[in-house]
Design a protein around this ligand. Structure first.
Ligand SMILES: *Cc1c(COP(=O)(O)O)cnc(C)c1O
Length: 380
């Protein structure tokens, strides 16, 4: 019997574990020199733009909204198919999310529909690069510039992805990344925000820690209402260890994704009518490999497929149920039928295992098992 294969798992090397032990023994474990070093390495990675680190990839977006001055009475355009953090932060600052349906091919916000959703109250767009596949940045910024909107890129999943050879985060407006354990780089919990100017970075530091500004030996003032969002040095040390492997992690993901296509295109896509991801081997960081199950042909629902995979020792995931159908959002007026593409994909999308330490033998086992389960549960 094979060991259970999760849909993802972090890779932490021994050098990083030893480095963490060193930080723990150093006498300084919360935000300090490791965070500073981590931020400067990230800044290098993003072509020299200002970067600040935080304790999640959620607060990064909330802070980005605050830096952009967005609050009560404002509207922010985003996708209904994302981790709920993407729109929760809009509510958190007192603004209103305006969802725009996805393009079922890319599974990202449908750029053709954005302009229809713009009103005089619209202040920003939050696009999401689902599974690491970048939203078309040329079209996105053309729309944003034309309507004078800020862009807060939710790039939580697209660290190392590119748009036409430019790294996501190395250009654009405010760009937010998450370092949750499921992401391509982890600090256990954490995230970072790429900013435009040193003034924005200063403001980010204030929002990160109670709004505090210190001067001289004993000066302290509070100018804005900040929270408690600082990253610890222990977490930053994990991130520094991870950063050295990011390119090789992503290369491994790409190779596995290519093999998934080779194995699944004929039996799953052509023969059973499931949808595979967009075949993007130049730009995506392959954060996830997601199949949209062929609902019209299925004798069972997705949960039964997941249960059978689980019984065969294979983990799978759902990323994501559409946000507008959660109770909190329904109470504010959204309802089934509002965004048909996001609803269909949200009902049928399934994340298969993909992570750097996964072997070709693991992948073969996933494909054989998945094909057999799908064949048994579909009308041919
Ligand atoms: C992970 C994720 C977030 C939030 O990141 P946390 O670090 O868990 O707060 C936001 N948006 C998307 C699309 C994500 O995948």
């Amino acid at each position: 019997m094979n060991a259970f294969l999760p849909f993802t798992r972090p890779s932490i090397d021994e050098e990083t574990i030893a480095g963490v032990a060193e930080v723990l023994r150093s006498g300084w474990i919360t935000s300090g020199p490791q965070v500073k070093t981590f931020e400067s390495k990230l800044s290098e990675y993003f072509g020299g733009r200002p970067v600040r680190a935080f304790n999640s990839g959620t607060c990064t977006m909330e802070i980005a909204l605050r830096i952009a001055g967005i609050g009560a009475g404002d509207e922010v355009i985003t996708t209904p198919l994302s981790w709920v953090a993407t729109s929760n932060v809009i509510l958190e600052v007192g603004a209103r999310p305006v969802f725009v349906d996805i393009d079922p091919v890319t599974r990202n916000i449908d750029l053709d529909r954005i302009e229809d959703a713009i009103t005089p109250k619209t202040r920003a767009i939050i696009p999401v690069d689902l599974a690491g596949l970048p939203v078309d940045r040329d079209r996105l910024y053309t729309i944003a510039d034309k309507h004078k909107l800020r862009v807060i890129e939710d790039a939580a999943q697209s660290l190392g992805s590119r748009w036409k050879d430019r790294r996501i985060g190395s250009f654009g407006d405010l760009v937010s990344f998450s370092f949750h354990p499921n992401k391509n780089l982890t600090t256990i919990e954490g995230g970072c925000l790429v900013l435009n100017t040193d003034a924005e970075a200063k403001l980010a530091e204030q929002y990160r820690l109670q709004g505090v500004v210190r001067t001289g030996f004993d000066g302290m003032d509070v100018e804005v209402l900040g929270g408690k969002f600082n990253l610890t040095d222990v977490a930053a040390r994990v991130g520094l260890g991870q950063l050295q492997h990011l390119e090789s992690f992503n290369a491994k993901r790409l190779a596995l994704a290519q093999t998934y296509f080779e194995r699944l295109q004929k039996p799953v896509e052509r023969e059973l009518g499931a949808w595979l991801p967009v075949l993007d081997f130049q730009q995506s960081n392959w954060h996830m490999f997601q199949v949209v199950l062929p609902e019209p042909r299925m004798k069972v629902r997705r949960a039964a497929i997941m249960e059978q995979l689980n019984a065969a020792g294979i983990g799978s995931g759902v990323h994501y149920p559409p946000i507008h159908l959660f109770s909190l959002y329904r109470k504010q007026g959204w309802k089934p039928g509002d965004f048909p593409h996001a609803e269909y994909v949200g009902r049928n999308i399934l994340t298969l295992p993909l992570f750097p330490q996964m072997t070709l033998a693991d992948l073969s086992r996933v494909c054989e098992t998945f094909i057999a389960i799908l064949r048994a549960n579909c009308h041919q």
